[in-house]
Design a protein around this ligand. Structure first.
Ligand code: UT7
Length: 330
């Protein structure tokens, strides 16, 4: 039987603690005005000290399972894109699998930074399509507050914590729902411009590496910005072309929530009206792999995105990685 992968349900979880731009003014030499005009961010959520990635992922996953009306026992695969896993191994996917009691599934993490949600959708799509699994739970939890240099004003003001989840399965025969196109790509040549260098086998954690701050995120924001604009715009056009669709066929666009200026440049390239762009980074900052999924879940729950709508996702992140997808919701 030809399987047609679809999104069956979504969920998200944001920690309660809100940190505003004004709060950050007392920490680094910055201003609410600079952060809002350069990035579009007003506030972000920060996880409690005892909350790890899996702790954020589990409530998001429960919400998605409930929304999809799929029991944990029916999940065959748990995929977790995250750059801030609980630990190097075992995977955060295995931790989430255990906490949800999903005994009959394979579980693994993927490393694609802020493009992780689209990479995860791509993996889920192909596994279902090939008939390897029936139902996939994709959970993207990020705790960037743990890996930020809180003395570096060029990065610490941009990121926030949160988790998104989505359950994928197959549509009923004859349904128009499902993925119209998917595109993922990487460029390892530029991996140095957005990185968290130490803690792995190349540069193990030592007192010296910690002293130099190499265990924390570093980013050449200007360089990332330039490439992100180019790659996100071309990815959006690529998925339209692959799906043989036009901008007018898309009901909603959800870009990775990193910077309103980047999102606006994608919008202009697609000639999309502003009202079709779903943007929430003012409230949550850049939540990396979680950002698209949080925005999708929020927009579905507040009634903007509904059954039958066609949504475009566009992402960009460390690696460098990028990608896009067009999907019609059942
Ligand atoms: O999710 C992964 C992908 N990540 C991204 O997409 C991030 C891409 N980059 C960006 O979004 C933007 O480049 C930033 C928001 C990071 C920076 O905006 P920008 O317009 O590119 O600013 P800039 O880096 O060119 O910095 C302009 C000035 C600099 O001062 P000088 O050299 O002109 O004197 C910075 O030192 O702003 C200064 N600056 C700040 N000032 C106040 C940098 N950070 C801050 C800050 N507060 N937090």
């Amino acid at each position: 039987m030809n399987k047609n992968p679809v999104i069956l349900g979504t969920g998200s979880y944001l920690p309660e603690n809100v940190v505003t731009n004004t709060d950050l003014e007392s920490r680094v030499d910055t201003s609410d005005e600079w952060i809002r005009t350069r990035s579009g961010i007003s506030e972000r959520r920060i996880a409690d000290e005892d909350q790890s990635a899996s702790d954020l992922g589990v409530p998001a996953a429960r919400a998605a399972l409930e929304d999809a009306d799929v029991s944990p026992g029916s999940i065959d695969l748990v995929v977790v894109p995250t750059s801030t896993p609980d630990m190097a191994f075992p995977s955060t996917a295995c931790a989430i699998q255990d906490q949800l009691g999903i005994s009959g599934a394979a579980a693994f993490d993927i490393s694609a930074a802020c493009s992780g949600y689209i990479y995860g959708l791509s993996i889920a799509h192909s596994q279902i399509k090939a008939g390897v699994v029936e139902n996939v739970l994709l959970v993207a939890p990020e705790v960037y507050s743990r890996v930020l240099n809180w003395d570096d004003r060029t990065t610490c003001v941009l990121f926030g914590d949160g988790a998104a989840a989505v359950v994928l399965g197959s549509s009923a025969d004859g349904s128009d729902a499902g993925f119209k196109s998917l595109y993922i790509k990487s460029d390892g040549e530029n991996r140095d411009i957005l990185t968290l260098p130490s803690g792995g086998s190349a540069l193990p954690l030592t007192p010296e590496s910690v002293e130099k701050g190499e265990h924390l995120l570093s980013m050449d924001g200007r360089a990332v910005y330039r490439i992100a604009v180019r790659r996100m715009r071309s990815s959006a056009l690529k998925v339209l072309h692959r799906a043989d669709m036009k901008s007018e066929d898309i009901d909603w666009v959800i870009c990775h929530q990193a910077n309103t200026r980047i999102i606006d440049s994608v919008r202009k390239r697609l000639k999309m009206p502003k009202k079709k762009m779903i943007v929430n980074l003012d409230k949550y900052g850049n939540t990396s792999a979680a950002s698209i999924g949080i925005a999708l879940d929020e927009a579905r729950r507040d009634g903007r995105v509904s059954s039958g709508d066609t949504v475009m996702f566009v992402a960009f992140g460390g690696g460098l990685t990028w990608g896009a997808a067009i999907v019609t919701l059942p």
